[in-house]
Design a protein around this ligand. Sequence first.
Ligand SMILES: Cc1cc2nc3c(=O)[nH]c(=O)nc-3n(C[C@H](O)[C@H](O)[C@H](O)COP(=O)(O)O)c2cc1C
Length: 189
Amino acid sequence: MTKVLAISGSLRSDSFNSKLLRNAVEFFSDDVEIEILDGLKDIPPYDEDDDGDGAPEAVHALRAAFAGADAVFISTPEYNSSVPGQLKNALDWVSRPLATNPLRNKPAVVVGASTGAFGAVWAQAELRKVLAAIGARVVEAEVAVGHAPTRFDEDGTLVDEDLREQLGEVVEALVSAVAERQELARTAA
Ligand SMILES: Cc1cc2nc3c(=O)[nH]c(=O)nc-3n(C[C@H](O)[C@H](O)[C@H](O)COP(=O)(O)O)c2cc1C
């Protein structure tokens, strides 16, 4: 069964990005298992002195979650035109050792929501750059939910039809990228 690790880059309890992520999860078919990453707040700041076999337990769990997934789906907020520190920090831990990190060649897709007009487009672009640097296979698709407080109903459902359609397309693009990778692995075997 295909497994997707779903990550909200926000720690906020009423986060629009967490809502966006939950809406995206509903577009995956039943034969895709979704794990929503928990514990981003428990990841300590990256310190190369602490890395290696003695890395913190939260980091082992984080790396295991990435290693166990066939693909990664991230919804990122935008902080000061870039990726929030807690998300970048987690990816820095995941990225080491670079040659064998669990994101290498793994399909990854990024969407985002912000309260401003542009839907975290700069943070999304920077996150794609970071993911590519780590070695992920970044799916070039985007959903930018601007003016986020007006886009969800009380239950957290994304109510904008265009955005819903885009979210469905992004999910489809990620699933196709996984299928392509699995097919390549089969023919190479
Ligand atoms: C430290 C900080 C910086 C922010 N910078 C931006 C920004 O550069 N662009 C933007 O559109 N929104 C910015 N915002 C507003 C966020 O879009 C808003 O807080 C949003 O709700 C965060 O996502 P969340 O709801 O998933 O937590 C910023 C918010 C914070 C707390």
